[in-house]
Design a protein around this ligand. Sequence first.
Ligand code: ADP
Ligand code: ADP
Length: 228
Amino acid sequence: MIRFEDVTKRYPDGTTAVGGLSFEVSEGELVTLVGPSGCGKTTTMMMVNRLIEPTSGRILVGGEDIAAVDPVRLRRRIGYVIQQVGLFPHRTVLDNTATVPALVGWKKAKARARAAELLELVGLDPATYGPRYPDQLSGGQRQRVGVARALAADPPVLLMDEPFGAVDPVVRAQLQDEFLRMQAAVRKTVLLVTHDIEEAVRLGDRIAVYGQGRIEQFDTPGAVLGSP
Ligand code: ADP
Ligand code: ADP
């Protein structure tokens, strides 16, 4: 579903964020990208939705070279969740969740019905939380709305950058559990960035272990843990 072929990204200041990356993620697979800060995880992920363009190499999504796909059209197929969720403060939780379906032309009633369904899926009662504003939610709840919003247009691919990074350990474990349950139901192809090896192991079907600018190991949690 996602395929990197010898991808390098060099920033204008000369920093090589990633060099010669090649890997493949299957449909419905959840791959965690783990490694220390600055090793190129976010750069890798942002190249998938063309927020960052590679310097060389090729990236395919669903068999298509994304360099040839209009970025706006591409992003409709790719949900994106970041740590600072970036909800619109003056829109209710329900309207925040309905943003993407509305953008891609769904009728308002259909977009809102879909948003309510998604809030339910991430464990937020739509009747209670739908009418609230983002600043009336806890950090963990905002994070859930971010996930619901990213899923709203039903994209086959989901990119998540430290999605559970901003919450305390108890809420984090809870969100991880719920996310695993949800993923079992929807089976998206997921790339999830984390600096936490425990999270990588817990969530990943496979783990991409980063060193500086490259993937040092790409394997199942068992194999990664078992390696010296
Ligand atoms: P990670 O997500 O693993 O923390 P990043 O992909 O954010 O790593 O960064 C990889 C490397 O690229 C780091 O050395 C970082 O400083 C550098 N980098 C990231 N963004 C830019 C940029 N816009 N300009 C120059 N260097 C950057
Ligand atoms: P967390 O540890 O998840 O960040 P908080 O301590 O921020 O949780 O919030 C705990 C509870 O208080 C949550 O269930 C949330 O719904 C509620 N809450 C937090 N902030 C507000 C607010 N501004 N208005 C109403 N309820 C709130």
